[in-house]
Design a protein. Structure first.
Lengths: 154, 763
């Protein structure tokens, strides 16, 4: 997937939005490789709790990160739909973020950006890049590198 | 650097490697003109190409070497070790120059007249005289060169050398230990001849006729291209497997035939590419004869390096990785293993020692055997060294068998060499060898008999990229186990008579003569409680000489898998060696038998039996112990892996021979031993026995009851306080005496057989 660099210029930011536990989150669209519905996630016994397992994405093994546990949210109610996966590349490795649902790609002006409120839960402040006003909702932009730096957290 | 030059460097490096081997062979069979012809041709090619490419320094050196070789060929010079050494040094020098040429892209400055002078001195036949009277100058000795009847070729060569040298400046340090005084520089030829080195007038005819044949039958391909192709083939194989599985689950037949063809072609393609990566193991051995030869000259030993199966092919990647370990081990054998001729004769052995280097294929693996008929490893010295290095305590040593003590040589920083020689004894040795071999999924075993020699056996997979793996299942999760470590599968159920016995929580299996420690994959990976009646399979796994069983729910087929490294965030888990995609497209984890073995209480470094007791002290690993009571209420323990079997015999079956209790056990009389004074056999019913076997002899220790199997860190609390005990330790929260089984084995044998047999066995 090739994305031209112009998506983020002119002081605007393009995000792929997704929902986790009712909260709108976003990551820069340039980082996203693929969006898929997960099938057959292979468990990794004794793996970190944030790692849901592994999937096969066209011959590549991709690590599934459970964004819910990563953000210290309660586990999804059982029996709900499987959710969606947003695949990103970090340091040459593929990861896919397991989220409740994937929304639109939005382009937000730089002036809509607010600093991360200090009152936010500490497990979020580390991972959030900023907060954007998006109509009547707030979008929390996540820092991919920090989100995937699971060993540091543990 | 232009293509021509880089190709020259590659080619010349190969020629040099061949020259090394051939020269050593030639030295031994100096009458074989075919070998000499080949050597001459190689040297000549190097010289000719150098001239063509305008590399005067290299050309001059090669030229001087060729000069001597020519005289060997014409029978004008006797083939002496000194002369061969000089040619070898000449080759070494070419190698050095080549390396500099490769690094800098041009021939380095400097000159080589010292070496060339020496070589020429030999060529002129003055060297032998110089050895007697070193003071004698050979400045005038170029005279014979001009003797028309004698050496017309040499005259021409000398002229070339002189011209190539140009103005002489002594900027080059002498190479190693010179054995003759550097000869004065040759007189420059007063009448310069027009020299066209590429024309190579003195070329032997076979040189020009043989070389082109090689060029046609093979081409040079960049390694990266092959690696890339291999990756693609791996993916293709996986895709093929997926398609085949889809096909199997569907009724429709129209894809069947083309799919079959695709499958065949893929297999052929895989074979082809795999073969493309294969190289004869002889390539990794190429420099060994030279190393052994130099070492012999250095140390005044006589060693015959016998090579067998050098045509055995193995993966290029594997080849690269075993090159250094092999070199190291051969050096070890030659330096430490083989004695000097006098010692050998004194020990009633032939003067010339033999090192056997053998490679062969067997059941999908490559075996490499390195055997010497030297002095064997000195168990006593290893024992002392292990003590001195703090690897083990004296009390622990007492409980270790000879074989277990030998395993210490695989520990980091362990070397018994009394003095560091130029080749070995620096203490960076066998642990590195072992690590390197394990890194490619191989294993190494060692046996040594004092006075008779040492044998190493290395087992490595054919190829690294695609491995054969056994797919197992536990708690609904599938895992892959490398086939190389699997020795057998045992189904444990009541009908087959084999069952998993759990003494308290520790599972064991009686497998023929041994108690096999078991690891439950379910428990290891935290996959929940087992169902009591689920069918259990035991994958008997072998690591070096350590065997253990992995308990799983189901065993599927074996499958060819492509090992892929796990994602960085999953690394650090010792149980996984990687992950892979199976034919059906699912992702599974590949288990690392080393990690699983560690969980079985087995120290990774001590790969035989109760070496774990020592390792427990050094590395904090767990030791499996069998706890029992015998005479009195206090707990006693032995390390589990020393126990062959736990038996129950009828009390009535105990007989007495010569006042000592025995029992008929497997067509032998087995002596029975009591541990405590206050102990007695049960008057009736069943008498439990612990059976120990060493060197084919069994010993039964009568116990009152077997209590438990515990896994614990053994920290000896007390010094030995009497015969038959290693000491006391707190095991599973209770004070426990550790029984020294060796003591009882020796004592029983002492009584049973002639006393000297004890000495022989334990020397």
């Amino acid at each position: 997937m090739t994305i031209r660099e112009d998506a983020g210029d002119d002081a605007s930011h393009a995000f792929v939005t997704f929902m986790v536990a009712g909260q709108v989150l976003g990551i820069p669209v340039m980082k996203v490789q693929d969006i898929l519905t997960p099938e057959a996630i292979a468990r990794v016994p004794l793996g970190p709790p944030d790692v849901r397992g592994l999937i096969n994405l066209r011959g590549r093994i991709v690590t599934v990160i459970d964004v819910r546990t990563r953000l210290a949210l309660t586990a999804a109610a059982p029996g709900k739909n499987q959710g969606m996966c947003v695949t990103v590349e970090n340091d040459g490795e593929l990861y896919t973020l397991l989220v409740d649902d994937v929304g639109d790609v939005v382009s937000l002006p730089a002036e809509a950006r607010e600093p991360v409120p200090p009152t936010l839960d500490s497990s979020w402040t580390d991972l959030a890049e900023g907060v954007f006003r998006m109509g009547d909702e707030l979008l929390v932009a996540l820092d991919i590198a920090k989100l995937l730096d699971i060993r540091r957290k543990n | 650097m232009d293509d021509l030059l880089s190709e020259f460097i590659t080619e010349t490096n190969e020629s040099i490697a061949t020259l090394d081997v051939e020269l050593v062979r030639f030295e031994r069979e100096s009458s074989d003109t075919a070998i000499l012809g080949n050597i001459f041709r190689l040297m000549h090619t190097i010289k000719g190409t150098c001239g063509f490419l305008g590399l005067p320094r290299l050309e001059a050196v090669a030229h001087a070497g060729e000069n001597v070789l020519g005289k060997f060929r014409d029978g004008e010079l006797p083939v002496t070790p000194q002369a061969v050494t000089l040619i070898l040094r000449c080759i070494d020098h070419i190698r050095v120059l080549l390396a500099e040429l490769e690094a800098a892209g041009r021939e380095p400055d400097g000159d080589d007249h010292v070496l060339i002078g020496e070589i020429n001195a030999v060529a002129d036949g003055t060297q032998t005289r110089m050895a007697v009277t070193p003071q004698e100058s050979n400045a005038g000795d170029s005279a014979p060169v001009f003797d028309e009847a004698g050496f017309p070729v040499a005259a021409e060569l000398l002229a070339e050398v002189a011209q190539a040298l140009g103005p002489v400046s002594d900027g080059f340090p002498p190479l190693g230990d010179t054995f003759v005084e550097p000869a004065p520089e040759p007189e420059p030829e007063p009448a310069p001849q027009s020299v066209a080195p590429a024309k190579a007038p003195e070329a032997p005819r076979e040189a020009s006729s043989e070389a082109p044949a090689h060029a046609v039958s093979s081409i040079r391909v960049n390694v990266d291209v092959i690696e890339n192709l291999m990756t693609l083939i791996s993916e293709l194989v996986l895709t093929r497997n997926q398609l085949m599985q889809l096909q199997r689950s569907q009724k429709g037949g129209e894809f069947k035939v083309p799919l079959q063809r695709l499958s065949h072609i893929t297999s052929d393609l895989q074979d082809g590419v795999t073969r493309m990566r294969m190289q004869p193991i002889g390539n990794a051995w190429a420099k060994l004869p030279r190393i052994v030869r130099d070492l012999c000259l250095d140390a005044g030993k006589k060693i015959d390096l016998v090579q067998r199966g050098e045509g055995t092919e193995l993966d290029r990647q594997v080849l690269e990785l075993i090159k250094d370990p092999l070199t190291h081990m051969i050096r070890n054998s030659a330096d430490h293993g083989i004695e000097d001729p006098a010692t050998r004769l004194g020990a009633g052995k032939p003067e010339t020692g033999t090192i056997l280097l053998e490679a062969y294929h067997e059941s999908g693996h490559i075996f490499i055997r390195i055997a010497d008929d030297g002095r064997g490893l000195n168990v006593e010295r290893i024992r002392q060294k292990a003590l001195a290095n703090g690897l083990v305590t004296e009390a622990e040593l007492a409980g270790l068998s000879e074989k277990q003590i030998l395993q210490f040589i695989f520990r980091p920083g362990f070397s018994t060499a009394e003095k560091v020689t130029s080749v070995s004894g620096r203490g960076v040795g066998m642990d590195v060898v072992r690590t390197n071999i394990e890194r490619i999924g191989g294993t190494i075993e060692m046996t040594s008999v004092a006075g008779e020699g040492t044998t190493f056996l290395i087992k490595i997979p054919l190829t690294l990229a695609i491995v054969s793996a056994l797919i197992v299942q536990t708690a609904g999760e599938r895992f892959a186990l490398p086939q190389i470590n699997v020795v057998e599968l045992v189904r444990a159920d009541a009908r087959s008579g084999t069952r998993i016995e759990t003494i308290k929580d520790a599972p064991v299996l009686r497998l023929r003569d041994r108690l096999l420690p078991l690891v439950s994959l379910r428990g290891l990976l935290g996959l929940g409680e087992a169902k009591a009646d689920s069918d259990r399979f035991i994958v008997v796994t072998e690591l070096g000489s350590f065997k253990f069983g992995i308990v799983v729910d189901r065993v599927f087929d074996t499958e060819e898998i492509v090992v892929k490294p796990v994602a960085p965030i999953l690394r650090g888990n010792p149980y996984y060696a990687g992950n892979t995609i199976l034919g059906d497209g699912s992702v599974i984890m590949i288990l690392d038998p080393n990690g699983v073995a560690a969980a079985a209480g087995q120290a990774r470094t001590g790969n035989d039996g109760a070496a774990s007791a020592a390792a427990a002290h050094a590395g904090g690993d767990l030791t499996s112990l069998l706890l029992f009571r015998a005479g009195g209420t206090e707990l006693k323990a032995v390390t589990l892996d020393t126990v062959s079997r736990i038996e129950e015999i009828d009390a009535g079956a105990i007989e007495h021979v010569g006042g000592r209790p025995v029992v008929q056990y497997r067509q032998q009389l087995m002596p029975l031993v009591m541990l405590g004074d206050g102990q007695s056999f049960k008057p009736s019913g069943k008498q439990p026995l612990l059976v120990f076997t060493e060197n084919g002899q069994s010993l039964g220790i009568a116990v009152d009851e077997v209590v438990d199997i515990a896994r614990d860190h053994v920290e000896l609390e007390l010094a030995p306080r009497g015969d038959g005990l290693i000491g006391s330790a707190i095991i599973a929260g209770k004070a426990t005496d550790l029984v020294d089984i060796r003591h009882y084995l020796m004592r029983s044998r002492d009584n049973w057989f002639a006393p000297e047999s004890v000495e022989a066995a334990h020397g």
